[in-house]
Structures are given as structure tokens and as C-alpha cells.
Ligand binder design. Sequence first.
Ligand SMILES: [Mg+2]
Length: 129
Amino acid sequence: MKILVVDDSRLARASIIKTLNEAFDNINEIIQGTNGQEAVELYQTHTPDILFLDLTMPVMDGFEALRQIRAYDDKAHVVIVSADIQEKAVSQVMHDGAIMHVQKPINAKKMQEIIKTASFLSKVESSHE
Ligand SMILES: [Mg+2]
């Protein structure tokens, strides 16, 4: 499984990666980015199975990155990881095609739920091709 983690906080990225490695042993590649612009570019270059995306970032925020990535790939599995759990932000990202919105920090149980959801969606999508 290939994972892209984009957050302007190095600590937040490290936390996600640590939880990923605790929860799973079949992760072969983890790529990191620090803003929305990098998220778009790295997504297009690597086509990860899952993108963990922060909302508040410099250069380009997560809202705009999500829109551009979903416009590029309507099957993109984007999980928004944010401290911002205001209803407006959550409904906005779900409307724009995020598969989930989770509050920071992600624990191991939540991480397993995320991977399960993404794997399920992949199966459903490939059975419809
Ligand atoms: Mg941030």
C-alpha cells in the first residue's frame, strides 16, 4: 500500500506515520508533503492508495488541494486529518469528496477503520470497472 501524508507540521506527519506503522505491516511506501500544492503534485506523480490531508497549510490549503485532486482523480481516497471539526468545514470536505474527516491525532483503532474503509472502496470501484 502506498500512502501520501501532507501536513505543514512535521510532528503531525510523524504522528500519522507512527500510527500507520503500528496498525499495518503492508505499507511499502510513505511519501510526505508540507502544503496543498505539494499534495496535488505528489498525488499526480505517485497516485497513492490513500492521502492523509491537513486543512490549514501555507501556499495552498487542504480544501483547495482536495478539490484539485478530486477533479484530477474522482476515485482519490482522501482522508482529512484536521484539528478543525467545525460542522461547516466537515460538511465542505465531505461534499468535495473526502472519504472521511478525522480529528487529530489519529489513534490505532481509528487508523484501522480508515484503512478498512479505503480498502472496501477500492474493491467496490474495481468491481465496477
Ligand atoms: Mg496545518
